[in-house]
Design a protein around this ligand. Structure first.
Ligand code: M6R
Length: 364
């Protein structure tokens, strides 16, 4: 049941810290406290390339995964939505890895890519919530996220659990490929292990997100901006808003704003910024100043240091706990999903069963 929550989505949003924590438990050696994954069906040090494919939110998790695999493990990654990957038919290397991500393990497009890439000689690694699924049976290795059942059509805790598995995978590959020294590995592992507590803190400050929701609920169009590993979190935010509140939203890499979408900006189009204090923050800040100068209403998710710099730019700021830039996409996904939920509540839509949508899409 819903355990006293109004919707499954609300319940599942509150389960983010537990889903991340249980997933971490699965991938952490209890004695050494190191991230430890099951043996791979290949030698990670010699892996030439990875191909990632998935749909919807799982695809956005894959985009963050690409960022981590490339930057930490120096592994070249090709990625596309599953419905395009198969027909684009990119050439595959010998002994490559295909990484499929799916909550249900039953999504027709993703399963189609799995079979296609298996045929093309790739080793199949799947990141799944439902491990005993069709994709689970057909994979060479299943990396389970431990999110528990997800009932709401809008994916919530499975998304952060997927990211947690992908972060663990990137750290493991980095170690095996010798691209990260022990001190750095320890620092990033500590940031990851600290996440369940940081994530839990978000739920004691929901008022700021509710204030933001009141602005967003009145809009017809909303722009979400991100950069780097938080760009896919902007995409996740825009998808979730469309999905459950039926408000049109689009995500852009903040640097792309002046190449087109800035012409949309006025007082009626709120701009939601995913802006943790990372090395990209100052660039984001100047993009937001440009948007504000065109009358844009800036709603920002940031941390204490970012809030200080954004105080004259953003109309509303939700201050999130300080975390290492590595794990910021996982943490920031949570308030972004809560925002969509709060907007849907104000709109009075059917949150758990949005129109035209199914929990798992088993036709192409
Ligand atoms: O079960 P899957 O993870 O393969 O599902 C993929 C997408 O259909 C799913 O993430 C969809 O985009 C969600 N409804 C998003 O909230």
């Amino acid at each position: 049941g819903k355990d006293g929550y109004r919707h499954f989505m609300e319940k599942e949003l509150h389960e983010h810290p537990v889903a991340i924590g249980q997933t971490l438990q699965r991938v952490t050696d209890p004695v050494t406290r190191r991230i430890t994954l099951p043996d791979f069906p290949f030698n990670a040090a010699e892996l030439p390339r990875a191909t990632i494919s998935a749909c919807g939110s799982a695809y956005y998790a894959g985009l963050v995964g690409r960022y981590w695999l490339e930057s930490l493990a120096r592994l070249p990654v090709d990625i596309d939505v599953a419905s395009e990957m198969r027909y684009r038919a990119p050439p595959q290397p010998d002994q490559g890895m295909a990484l499929l991500i799916s909550q249900s393990g039953e999504t027709a497009d993703t399963l189609g890519v799995l079979r296609f890439l298996k045929e093309a000689g790739q080793k199949i690694v799947s990141v799944l919530n439902v491990e005993h699924s069709t994709m689970g049976r057909e994979s060479d290795l299943v990396l389970g996220m431990v999110a528990g059942p997800e009932i709401s059509v809008a994916s919530t805790k499975a998304f952060t659990a997927q990211l947690t598995v992908l972060a663990a995978l990137a750290l493991t590959f980095a170690r095996e490929r010798g691209t990260l020294d022990t001190a750095a590995e320890q620092e990033l592992t500590a940031a990851l292990l600290d996440l369940p507590s940081r994530a839990a803190e978000i739920f004691s400050h929901l008022e700021g997100i509710r204030d933001m929701a009141r602005v967003v609920a009145q809009a017809r169009d909303v722009l979400y901006l991100g950069r780097g590993s938080c760009m896919p979190i902007a995409q996740e935010g825009a998808l979730k808003l469309k999905e459950i509140s039926y408000i049109h939203a689009e995500a852009y890499a903040a640097g792309e704003l002046k190449h087109g979408p800035i012409s949309l900006i006025d007082q009626t189009v709120p701009v939601v910024a995913i802006a943790p204090s990372t090395i990209l923050f100052d660039k984001m800040l100047s993009n937001l100043q440009e948007a504000k100068a065109r009358g844009g209403r800036i709603l920002a998710f940031t941390d204490a240091a970012g809030a200080e710099k954004l105080k004259d730019v953003a109309e509303q700021i939700v201050v999130l706990p300080d975390v290492d830039a590595f794990v910021a996409p996982i943490l920031y996904a949570i308030p972004v999903q809560i925002l969509a939920y709060e907007v849907a509540l104000l709109k009075g839509t059917d949150v758990d069963q949005p129109r035209n949508l199914a929990k798992s899409v088993t036709v192409e």
